[in-house]
Design a protein around this ligand. Structure first.
Ligand code: DAU
Length: 308
């Protein structure tokens, strides 16, 4: 297995220390926007390529859309092209429920809901997603697309809502809630998403899209209050701040296709998932401090005696 990663601000080899020594695992530090590097590594030959690589944070895409186009569109194109020319037998493109845009209070997104992305982030993810499907339709290249809801769990970079709030609450800092706090997300524990991706990579039908939803819809403010209760921290830490421009109101996924075809359904509900996530961050304060300070790069060097 080869892990191809540019190690941008959120990338961290500290997260994979447990597999670093395994001779079935190789690491390549390179950028998917670099077609030459992608072609060189792809020439090793693979049974399956999974494109997890992305600029993923909506707020950052408001300030630097070009970076998102580069990684999420050009990068996806480079991987698709290189994999196709090497005859890779299966390619999984990790997309997102944000490609569907925003829902009203009722209903759910299905795989046939028209795409209507709101942010530069989701527009570039929609482009990568559609490019992948076009490679199937035009070239017969065996692509499968997953569109998942909001992931959370151990090791998540502390710019996303849940790890940001846990880490701020630990330090007694305010928790910034955008707008009225009534935006709804459908929370998916990371291990459930991993199981879905594995099932799709092994048994999914090529040319298809699969929604992967956690089935746990919660308004942000309720989620944050539940987190504070889990951590025994006061609600006075909550601070309402200016809303995110173009902020999608609600996401909810219908994942019945994945359940019907591959027997997948999420195992971890939001209470258990939050408890496990809070517990992990409490037990890994060193990791959090290193990530927040950027010092994990030094940690790696000390640990391995070489630079990242
Ligand atoms: O739905 C899947 C998507 O989930 C992924 O495609 C994205 O890569 C991922 O970043 C995530 O997007 P969101 O914008 O939903 O996630 P985020 O954690 O940034 O925000 C979750 C909700 O919390 C959203 O309604 C905005 C709100 N929020 C977020 C932050 C960072 C706040 O109220 N305060 C905050 O400080």
């Amino acid at each position: 297995m080869t892990n191809f990663d540019a190690l941008t601000y959120a990338g961290n080899r500290d997260n994979l220390l447990d597999v670093e020594g395994d001779d079935r695992y190789a690491f390549e530090r390179a950028d998917i926007a670099d077609a030459e590097a992608v072609g060189r590594v792809m020439a090793k030959g693979f049974d399956v390529v999974v494109n997890f690589a992305a600029e993923s944070h909506v707020d950052r895409s408001l300030y630097d859309p070009a970076r998102f186009v580069r990684t999420n569109v050009l990068g996806a194109q480079n991987l698709l092209e290189a994999a196709r020319s090497q005859g890779v037998p299966r390619f999984v493109q990790i997309s997102t429920d944000e490609v569907y845009g925003s829902l009203g209070p009722e209903g759910k997104f299905t795989e046939t809901t028209p795409l209507a992305p709101s942010s530069p982030y989701s527009a570039t993810k929609a482009a990568g997603d559609l490019l992948a499907l076009a490679f199937f339709k035009t070239f017969g290249f065996p692509v499968i697309v997953t569109r998942s809801s909001n992931n959370y769990g151990p090791y998540q970079f502390p710019e996303k809502l849940i790890p940001l709030c846990i880490s701020n609450a630990m330090e007694g800092k305010n928790l910034p809630v955008y707008g009225d706090g009534m935006n709804v997300r459908d929370w998916l524990f990371v291990e459930d998403n991993c199981e879905a991706i594995l099932a799709i990579a092994e048994k999914g039908r090529v040319g298809e899209v699969y929604n992967v939803g956690g089935g746990c819809e919660v308004p942000n403010i309720e989620l944050i209050k539940a987190m504070l209760r889990e951590m025994n921290k006061p609600e006075s830490l909550i601070t309402f701040v200016t809303d995110r421009p173009g902020h999608d109101r609600r996401y909810a996924l219908d994942s019945s296709k994945l359940t019907r075809e591959l027997g997948w359904s999420p195992r971890v509900g939001i209470s258990e998932g939050l408890r496990r996530t809070v517990e992990w961050f409490s037990q890994n304060r060193g990791w959090l401090e290193r990530v927040r300070s950027g010092a994990y790069r030094d940690f790696y060097e000390q640990h391995y005696g070489r630079k990242l």
